[in-house]
Design a protein around this ligand. Sequence first.
Ligand SMILES: NC(=O)N[C@@H](O)C(=O)O
Ligand code: NI
Length: 185
Amino acid sequence: MLTIASPTFLPPTPGAPAALELVAQPLTREAFAAFGDVIESAHSRSMPINGGMTTRFHDLARVDPGPGDSRVLVNIFETLPYALPLPVNMLERHPLGSQAFVPMDGSRFLVVVAPAGDAVRIEDIRAFVTNGRQGVNYARGVWHHPLVVTQQRASFVVIDRGGAGPNCDEIFLPPVCAVRVSLAA
Ligand SMILES: NC(=O)N[C@@H](O)C(=O)O
Ligand code: NI
């Protein structure tokens, strides 16, 4: 793979599809492992606390505030729904820190990602859909589409990195390649 000074999409490799229709797959820890963490109680290590009144699902994501004098930010994103199929015109990454999204209202959301690195191949894009009881934590530098819900307005707790320095790179798909994401029928 070429090393590119500024991040960009590589043109489709010879023989690669000129258009990619992705059907979002159910999000699982295993399938998402290359991109970060799935934040969910299912299949998670837990222990009773508070005299048994509470269950702690422990250490679900690696929050990475990156180098230097950065710090962890806790935010709320209120977002409007997109129509489907979702045209993927761009992806972004946060080179200085991780970014986590946890729905406050049980909303399902689309997770469109590509592996970290300065060269992104269209065919490496993956699409997932959450089950309403899951959040995600994008590891530092992982390419992802900005937050996408498809049913109704939704609110998320977002945990990411605050501090000096540019922390959002964007890359845009070449016009020759159309990527769209839909949900399974
Ligand atoms: N811009 C911003 O903070 N949001 C994006 O990073 C996103 O992933 O939604
Ligand atoms: Ni982001």
